[in-house]
Design a protein around this ligand. Sequence first.
Ligand code: NAP
Length: 488
Amino acid sequence: MTIADRLNDKTLFQTQSFINGAWVKGEGAVAVTNPSNDEVIAEIGDVGAAGARAAVDAAAAAFETWKKVSPFERAKLLMKWHALILENADDLGQLITLEMGKVLREAKGEVLYGASFIEWSAEEAKRIYGETIATPFPGTRGWTTHAPIGVVGCITPWNFPNAMITRKCAPALAAGCTMVIKPAPETPLSALALAELAKRAGIPDGVFNVVCGDAQEIGPVLTGSDAVKMVGFTGSTAVGKLLMRQAADGVKRVALELGGNAPFIVMDDADIEAAADGVVASKFRVSGQTCVSANRIIVQASVADKLVEALEKRVSALKAGDGFDGSTDVGPLIHHTAVERVDALVRNARDSGARIITGGKPMVDELGGSFYAPTLIEGGSADMDVACFEIFGPVASIYRVEDEAEAIAMANDTPYGLAAYLYTRDVSRVHRMTEALDYGMVGVNAPMVGAASTPFGGVKESGIGREGGKWGVEEFTELKYVLLGGVD
Ligand code: NAP
């Protein structure tokens, strides 16, 4: 049965959670709606703290056998999961568009991006190497191993309902850990579909669990249970701090992928047309609802008019609409309150003296309550809300600076440090400025930075830890040192 068949007869989505290899019903019915038209597409029950505890118990029991499964066998199972995801990529993409609204080609791109972490991690499972170490003690040998950390509790957001799960689960499972995942209530279906495919791939019961329900009930189980050894979270900085505080009691490892306030710097020697294309790609992808979206476009004054002109042409041509419509460039926001939030930011910018070049209003009458017009604004004060907070909407905001020093000072003037972008053709400048930027990732003449092979993550209040590449797998292991005496 394909995911689309499941969707049609609703068998998958009348159930709520996936615990120990079984579909488990919860209490009540939380509606999952299509943001494009507000239609209810599924109703999901809440398994609450009891369900979370059952999932943790199942994951703890499964860990005892999964950690002993050979990495070659774990890799094979992950590759089967990967193959099934690719086979069902069209359905999984549609599911993403249905539950969170992003345009279908972006949704399919997310499925492939998400799957690439499974493929990479499967390959990496066989290459989790320890080291031998010279010791100062005669007759001894020392070495290290990377042991799987254990049960991982994982809480994910709605903006990448598929990839934010695979980016954590694939390396965790490859390392020999087991998982309990609480997806965002807006987008549980992608998580449940991944669970269905994991089961079909033969991933043993209890290794991959999905619990849907109230975060206030489930969160404390994941952060408080002795059986959970690590909490992986992607979401807002405010919730990340809260989870870190909760996890501190058990001295649990945390991996936090949090919010951003990405500067997109365009210097006077940049290719301005390429920079304008880069701004549009970074800013308007997923309607601006990504943690690495360009949040502040910082341009050297001598080329600012040229950039503004190039952007005005592009942004005013963007078409907002339903994600299933092939001509749509920018889909809806996740819900009506997100539109109200973005509109409040733009009104605050206008009040602070910013000029609205194009857009600047909700599209309730034209398209419905979840749509906001692709917007370009310029000027205003450096401390207005749109400059200080994550916009998380299709609003590009431009700031003029005189030189490199001013660009760096403005870029770093934020508690966040996830992604930054720099457009320049001067190689010395690339070195000087990338070194000066307090960010975990810098895209130089490149508007997108993430890939399965590279380290994704932030500094400052944007998080702790890295996802992707060998670093992503290491996050889910404990380094163990062994000293053997009496050898010589
Ligand atoms: P959010 O409000 O922090 O929610 C994220 C997840 O945390 C949801 O599953 C949410 O469930 C859960 N949650 C909220 N309060 C909780 C609590 N007290 N205990 C346990 N879980 C709790 O973030 P969002 O609005 O969904 O996502 C947007 C944010 O994610 C942005 O700031 C964005 O930058 C960030 N993000 C970061 C990355 C990255 O890699 N750095 C990637 C994507 C997104 P409920 O909704 O049920 O409360």
